[in-house]
Design a protein around this ligand. Structure first.
Ligand code: K7E
Ligand code: CUA
Length: 646
């Protein structure tokens, strides 16, 4: 019966969605000339903003210029990248080490820029690895991944990595509940054995991440998160779904309850409990991998324990706020007062009030509890409900002028509404089926409310067809006036979920141009051509190669034998901006290397057959790039060819 009700409700949603589509029509597209002027960045000029878009299933983070939509870089994060050698080179392999071994791929959803006083500060950007729970920190001087920390006792690191007001912590919740510690039990024992965790990763002034503590929470699905700012600083909010605690066919079984919860966590209180010794040290295993800028190498550290707080022993640490229905996003407005949920199956956008929440806690306005966690009364916490918000509201961003913008997946639109009065003031269709939306700084205390980007899930007819797989589609809207206006479609790579953007001038001035060769502490670096050499150690051969326009030194190498493990240590001696050299050798059973000025990178090669093998530079570096080549001679294992080089 319940199943039938659900099906009827869903069909209604679909019909409604079609109706809404029809009455919104084609929406407001700016006059073509006007739109073109707004997005046209003339040749030789810079974009106004950097945008960072998660790669989703490609595991990387891509960088675009806005408003042009030009792709500037794809930063390697959780996935091996043969274009640069990331995850293939000896120096970078450790970045992808986990307690499950070497994991060369992940699913990356949420990039979040570091903040000071709740405003973007341009130091780092963080992004989550969803599948093998990890958080990465990317340094924005080099636009390279500098650190990856694994999160133990988590499964599906989706509500992650959201930052507290001064980047004190990265907060991260587990999507899937699992036994904690993980163990071999019947899946049917979900209610009794499965738990969630909420993790707090501290970030020090150098950016170093440490797993500070975890909170063991009831077995639900913890979906997304945001931390409080201003008055709500000290709190973090996490949506949940599946308060039914179903372990199968969630689309029906986890859609029964009218309300699920937002978990409100008082992390300042958690710090007090930790000081008071309430934390329990739990044995576990996870990796913390850090890239050292002077050795140009990643070091993996294996960690063995984590401090865990149990809410049952820590009253006041966590409250549940009832929230309709299977909420997805949870977003905190720039004032820090409003907590906006996106209820995928809800007919309204519920907005909670932080000050009302505090009063309700004080007055103990509870509606029972869930597994020991007090449930606050909905009507005591709710500030307002946005009526007619579009179907399937997911995520909300803010423009800093008192308006909120919510993406609605099912009705495929952005809905603009006013904070405080909750009235919808504008809506604009998206093509098609928007997931996240992003306003530059729209999750911070200081949004730059000029543009909004729709990150759409479905592309269909927007671009030239490219077979069954189409590029993902982003759309840029002008939100500076009363009416939102569509300016531009542009394709993106991977599947961007969330994105961030920041005024270009904040990052540009810090951007590194080279790595200083005299500061290169890689043990296999050469500082000049004089230091280049070839050394045999048993079956290992180390080739210390230098690269400079337009030759390698040495470029004739003999004495390698079949069965040797050959380490090519390539140092780029250049000290000019934008002069990388590449390296590959015929039959290299590995990726190429791309070596930045002043950097050393190593790739391993095991030749299988004797003969002559050419090697060459893969990155067009000068007029004589094509001359940047060499030969290596491989002899039979039992030959007595001596190691020689020029
Ligand atoms: Cu809505 Cu992973 Cu943030 Cu996709 S998530 S849309
Ligand atoms: Cu060096 Cu091409």
């Amino acid at each position: 019966m319940k199943k039938l009700n659900y099906l009827i409700a869903f069909s209604l949603l679909v019909v409604l969605s079609i109706l809404i589509h029809n009455c919104t029509g084609t929406g407001e597209t700016a006059n073509i000339e006007e739109a073109a002027k707004k997005v046209y960045v003339k040749p030789g000029s810079y974009d106004e903003l950097y945008a960072f878009m998660s790669g989703g299933f490609n595991g990387q983070l891509s960088v675009y210029g806005l408003p042009s939509g030009r792709l500037l870089k794809n930063i390697s994060v959780f996935s091996q990248n043969p274009e640069t050698g990331y995850g293939y080179s000896e120096e970078t392999k450790n970045m992808l080490m986990t307690s499950y071994g070497f994991i060369p791929w992940d699913d990356a959803h949420h990039p979040v820029l570091s903040k000071t006083n709740g405003e973007q500060d341009g130091r780092w950007i963080f992004i989550n690895g969803n599948n093998t729970p990890r958080v990465a920190r990317i340094d924005l001087r080099n636009f390279e991944t500098e650190e990856i920390i694994e999160i133990p006792n988590s499964a599906g690191n989706h509500g992650s990595p959201f930052l507290t007001e001064n980047t004190e912590y990265v907060v991260a919740s587990t999507r899937f509940s699992i036994p904690v510690p993980n163990k071999d039990v019947s899946i049917n024992s979900y209610k009794e054995n499965f738990k969630g965790t909420i993790s707090f990763i501290s970030v020090d002034k150098n950016g170093d991440m440490n797993l500070a503590f975890q909170i063991l929470v009831p077995g639900l699905d913890y979906d997304l998160a945001h931390a409080g700012v201003g008055p709500s600083h000290g709190w973090a909010f996490f949506t949940t779904y599946n308060s039914e605690q179903a372990n199968s066919l969630l689309e029906i079984n986890a859609s029964q309850n009218d309300k699920d919860f937002i978990a409100a966590v008082n992390w300042k209180k958690a710090e007090e409990y930790l000081k008071a010794g309430k934390g329990k040290i739990v044995q576990t295993e996870f990796y913390n991998n850090e890239f050292n800028e002077s050795t140009h190498s990643a070091i993996s550290k294996k960690m063995n324990s984590v401090v865990v707080l149990n809410p049952k022993e820590c009253p006041g640490l966590i409250y549940y706020i009832p929230t309709p229905k299977s909420p997805h996003g949870v977003d905190v407005d720039p004032s820090g007062e409003y907590i906006v949920a996106g209820g995928k199956l809800a007919t309204v956008i519920p907005v909670h009030s932080f000050s009302k929440m505090m009063k309700a806690i004080e007055g103990k306005k509870f509606d029972g509890e869930f597994d020991g966690i007090p449930i606050l009364k909905y009507e005591e916490v709710i500030a307002g409900e946005v009526q007619n918000p579009g179907l399937g509201p997911l995520h909300t961003e803010f423009d800093g002028n008192g308006y909120a913008y919510t993406s609605a997946f099912l009705s495929s639109e952005i809905v603009k509404w006013k904070l405080g009065t909750w009235e919808v003031v504008d809506r604009v269709p998206t093509y098609y089926s928007i997931g996240h939306l992003m306003i530059p700084g729209g999750d911070s205390r200081k949004p730059y409310g000029k543009y909004a980007i729709a990150l759409n899930k479905i592309t269909k007819d927007r671009y030239l067809p490219t077979g069954p797989e189409l590029a993902q589609s982003a759309q840029l809207y002008d939100i500076s006036g009363n009416k939102m206006k569509l300016l531009l479609d542009f394709p993106t790579i991977g599947e961007p979920h969330y994105a961030q953007a920041i005024p270009a001038e904040i990052l540009m001035k810090n951007s590194n141009k080279i790595y200083q060769i005299e500061k290169n502490k890689n043990p296999y670096a050469v500082k000049s051509e004089k230091e280049t050499r070839v050394e045999r150690k048993g079956n290992e051969v180390h080739i210390y190669l230098s690269a400079t326009r337009s030759h390698f030194k040495p470029d004739n190498i003999e004495g390698i034998k079949v069965g040797d493990k050959v380490y090519w240590h390539v140092t780029n001696l250049e000290q000019d901006w934008d002069i990388p050299h590449g390296f590959t050798v015929k039959g290299l059973n590995n990726s190429e290397l791309l070596v930045m000025p002043g950097q050393t990178k190593t790739i391993v090669w095991t030749p299988l057959k004797s003969g002559i093998y050419p090697f060459y530079c893969t990155d067009f570096c000068s007029a004589l790039h094509q001359e940047m080549q060499g030969y290596v001679r491989v002899s039979e294992a039992n030959s007595n060819t001596k190691v020689t080089f020029n």
